[in-house]
Design a protein around this ligand. Structure first.
Ligand code: HEM
Length: 158
């Protein structure tokens, strides 16, 4: 159950970040200023869903790895989520809020383009980090199923 919650929250976080990225690129290329403003507003509200998803993924991930904190895959996942959370809080959230405010004010000049570029770079890095965590998560689940550890830990948690 905990593993399912972890996987769903993690994949949902990845889906949200990927959707923000895709919507931002598509609207920049094909949309008018009203469409850009609408997308920026949706992204700011959707952040309210992304932050809890990341927190749930991190919390359940930590608890799932309680007995294998030294495992290299677990350590890599921990490092990646720490970097992804830092980028999210220090780069993506401030960029999203600033871009929404600028779009609402009709400021679509060089400043907007620069902040948009920074947001896309941060988004691309986070998509990569979360995708690697999904891949390593699948490997960890497969390994624990092979060793029978998974069944034991699931029944111990019930
Ligand atoms: C946003 C970051 C993360 C994502 C997207 C993610 C995603 C996933 C996915 C998709 C699985 C496979 C679940 C399954 O096949 O049922 C998984 C498993 C796992 N993850 Fe993560 N994860 C993340 C962060 C973490 C962190 C930070 C840790 C540890 C501190 C962690 C520890 C684990 C463990 C131990 C498993 C195996 C669970 C089992 O025994 O079945 N994950 N993760």
């Amino acid at each position: 159950m905990k593993s399912r919650v972890h996987a769903v929250a993690g994949v949902l976080a990845l889906t949200l970040i990927s959707s923000f990225f895709t919507a931002s690129v598509v609207v920049e290329v094909f949309g008018d200023h009203d469409a850009v403003k609408a997308v920026k507003t949706v992204i700011v509200f959707a952040l309210l869903g992304l932050v809890p998803c990341m927190a749930i993924t991190g919390g359940t991930g930590r608890s799932l790895s309680a007995r294998r904190l030294r495992a290299p895959l677990v350590r890599r996942k921990q490092r990646r989520i720490a970097v992804a959370a830092a980028i999210g809080l220090l780069v993506l959230v401030p960029c999203a809020v600033t871009l929404q405010a600028m779009a609402a004010d009709g400021q679509f000049g060089t400043g907007f383009a620069l902040i948009q570029a920074v947001e896309l770079i941060g988004g691309a890095v986070n998509i990569t980090l979360l995708s690697l965590n999904v891949r390593d998560g699948r490997l960890l689940t497969a390994a624990s199923r092979r060793s029978g550890d998974h069944a034991a830990s699931v029944s111990a948690r019930r």
